[in-house]
Design a protein around this ligand. Structure first.
Ligand SMILES: [Zn+2]
Length: 691
């Protein structure tokens, strides 16, 4: 849109905000000199208590519904005119909220499908399978598939994991040169192609297994489940190797294209293929709910697959808005969401886009009512996430090139409501604060607080816009939403009608999510001393070490290599618990002490970034606390590079990984100690000082 100023994709917190910062510092100094205690306990601890009520009134479920409907009114894949219109709408809405808005265009190689065909080529019978879906939209395809025109027999391979192919091998079933019919769920799509390639599989047919939906409800539109005609879409790019388009990956010497062709097929097609297979019954976990026997087929039906596409350079764009904080030197908090989608993508991620817009609007209104956050809040609407996490990766890389000092936190909202249960995938350090927000919001169905009902926090994955932040930097990250799976994911049935009737009637949970996110982001931005819970980091590290102990029988052999880490962890943990226990006292500090201690607290958490600032790290190794897991590289594992070193019994790597963590824990401990010295005084654990 033309009235949103276009800017080069950089963000320098010092620049535009410097003047106001200087002015605010003068004011702060005057107030401090006058002995005014700005940060009284009530004010500081109070963002949640103070703003929960107002936010509940400001956030409007029906408006979230209307905006979701507007964004999801057309298919809006990255690189299409329809998606550019969504960007325009997002920008206008942010401007109407009174925020400063800009967008940053970038070029990317987008995949355009030219042909997808599947036909049965049995001796006695030939027929073309129907790969169309009713209604308007684009034909289904799996993006970035290599071109193919091949005929081969199909075997059923469950979810297409290493273990699945291993089982087939043990049963004497050769998969080399064949097509594998695999469930859409389980390990991620890109991982399925990587493993298939390593096994010599000729290509994949991916279908949505009804059993993976958890219950046997009727199919949409009669019920919430996947229609028999629905075909799953998605990217095949191996974004866990590098998030970004193939050309940018190539420039870095990385091949993130899939090794084998793949196409999505409906349950109707999968059922027909399965019905033509003969063999022994599958093990129970491989069983599905299609009305045919699932068998280990030595030689399945022969089909012909045609896949053809092209890579086209397109202009994509990220849209940003800023709600300025009072301190331009404090690390900002960023809240992000992707606005591109497969088909209409009402759930994924139009509902999330509408939620983040509602949060931006509500926080802007609080600001108009006098709320002044300490740190700026950046709102990011990413393009090209579905194609391969393009937009967020671009921003993170540019921020690294610009020596951007970092974010206090990155909060990601993808699909707002997939199912009923609250899900938080949160880095250690940011969990207690989210937990406190969940303690003040109630589930509309049960009346219980979400703190009572939600499951344990898990780590963010490497398959959404959160991943460049953990893959390339040490940014503390939280991903929030309701539910992990939903039956119409990435199909033409992901519509507002599905949400209204089944997914989130009345958009009640979407509105609840908006309030949670507004409270969380608002609180993180308000408190000059970030409410990080430092002991979560050491608890997580101890848990990883314990798991390694139980997994690796010869633990004693490698334990010496991680001695430095254990020692560092002991002293860090003592410091972290002391700091975490001082919350009350920290809430009563003078503004002078707050200003001196706050940056040290930011830096203490940033100590867990791998490598030095500006020193490039290989993708997935940005944080020492998290990395892609060996089993499914779209998933995360705590201390992955240490785990990898132990798993491969590489003593040099074990020592290096142990030492790197030891350095991070020591650095964090020293920074916290300095913050404690400033805030509380130089005494030991029992010290008492006046402010
Ligand atoms: Zn999404």
């Amino acid at each position: 849109m033309d009235h949103v100023p276009l800017r080069h994709e950089t963000f320098r917190p010092g620049g535009a905000l410097k003047k106001t910062t200087a002015a605010l510092l003068v004011v702060a100094a005057v107030l401090a000199a006058a002995g005014v205690e700005i940060w009284t306990a009530r004010r500081r601890a109070g963002f949640i208590g103070r703003e929960n009520g107002p936010l509940a009134r400001l956030i409007d479920a029906s408006r979230i519904g209307e905006q979701t409907a507007l964004i999801a009114s057309k298919a809006h894949r990255a690189g299409t005119e329809a998606n550019a219109e969504v960007a325009g709408f997002v920008g206008e809405r942010l401007q109407r909220a009174g925020l400063k808005v800009w967008n940053t265009p970038f070029e990317a190689e987008v995949y355009e499908s030219l042909a997808v065909r599947l036909s049965l080529e049995e001796r006695g019978e030939k027929k073309a399978y129907d790969l169309s879906e009713p209604g308007d939209g684009e034909p289904a395809f799996l993006a970035y598939s290599p071109d193919a025109d091949l005929a081969a027999p199909v075997v059923y391979a469950n979810e297409g994991s290493r273990g699945d192919y291993e089982l087939l091998r043990k049963k004497g079933i050769e998969v080399r040169g064949k097509l594998a019919l695999v469930r859409a769920q389980g390990i991620c799509r890109s991982m399925k192609t990587e493993i298939a390639g390593s096994r010599g599989v000729a290509g994949l047919l991916v279908y949505p297994e009804p059993r993976d939906q958890g219950d046997a409800a009727p199919a949409f539109p009669d019920g919430p489940n996947t229609p028999r005609w629905a075909i799953p879409r998605g990217t095949l790019l191996r974004f866990y190797r590098y998030p970004g388009d193939p050309s940018t990956a190539r420039e870095k010497g990385i091949d993130n294209l899939p090794p084998v062709p793949a196409l999505g097929v409906s349950q109707a097609v999968a059922e027909d293929l399965l019905s033509r297979m003969r063999g022994d019954a599958v093990p129970e976990p491989w069983e599905g709910w299609l009305k045919v026997p699932y068998v280990l087929a030595a030689e399945g039906p022969r089909v012909r697959v045609v896949v053809k596409g092209q890579l086209v350079r397109k202009n994509l764009r990220n849209v940003f808005a800023i709600l300025p904080g009072r301190n331009g030197n404090a690390r900002p908090v960023m809240l992000g969401n992707h606005y591109d989608a497969w088909e209409r993508g009402a759930v994924d991620a139009s509902s999330g886009t509408a939620v983040v817009l509602e949060v931006a609007d509500a926080l802007a209104k609080l600001r108009a009512d006098g709320w002044r956050p300490e740190r700026s809040i950046l709102f990011a609407f990413w393009d090209g996430e579905e194609a391969g996490i393009f937009g967020s990766a671009r921003w993170v890389e540019q921020a690294l090139r610009d020596r951007f000092p970092g974010l206090a936190a990155y909060v990601n909202v993808d699909s707002a409501v997939r199912a009923n249960d609250f899900v938080g995938d949160v880095m250690p350090g940011l969990r207690a604060s989210l937990g406190r927000v969940l303690a003040v919001v109630r589930d509309p169905a049960t009346g219980k607080t979400l703190a009572e009902t939600h499951g344990a926090f898990q780590l963010p994955s490497f398959s959404s816009d959160a991943s460049p932040f953990i893959g390339l930097t040490g940014t503390p990250v939280a991903e929030v939403g309701f539910g992990r799976h939903y039956p119409v994911y990435h199909t033409r049935a992901d519509t507002v009608e599905w949400i209204r009737r089944f997914g989130d009637p009345g958009f009640a949970r979407a509105a609840l999510l908006a309030r949670i996110v507004a409270l969380y982001v608002g609180w993180l931005a308000t408190d000059p001393i970030l409410p990080y819970r430092f002991s979560e980091v050491s608890d997580d590290a101890r848990k990883s070490l314990r798991q390694l102990e139980s997994r690796v029988a010869s633990f004693g052999e490698w334990a010496p290599f991680t001695r430095s880490l254990r020692d560092a962890l002991d002293s860090y943990e003592a410091m972290a618990r002391r700091w975490d226990g001082e919350e009350r006292r920290l809430a009563n500090l003078s503004s002078k002490k707050v200003r001196e201690a706050a940056p040290l607290v930011e830096q203490a958490m940033a100590a867990f970034a791998a490598g030095g600032r500006g020193r490039p790290v290989s993708y997935g190794r940005g944080s020492v606390l998290i990395g892609p897991s060996e089993e499914d590289r779209c998933d995360a594992e705590a201390h992955a590079s240490l785990v990898d070193a132990v798993r491969s019994r590489d003593s040099v790597a074990m020592r290096a990984e142990g030492d790197e963590r030891a350095r991070a824990f020591i650095q964090a401990q020293q920074l916290l100690r300095a913050a404690e010295w400033i805030a509380i005084g130089p005494g030991g654990p029992d010290r008492r000082t006046r402010n």
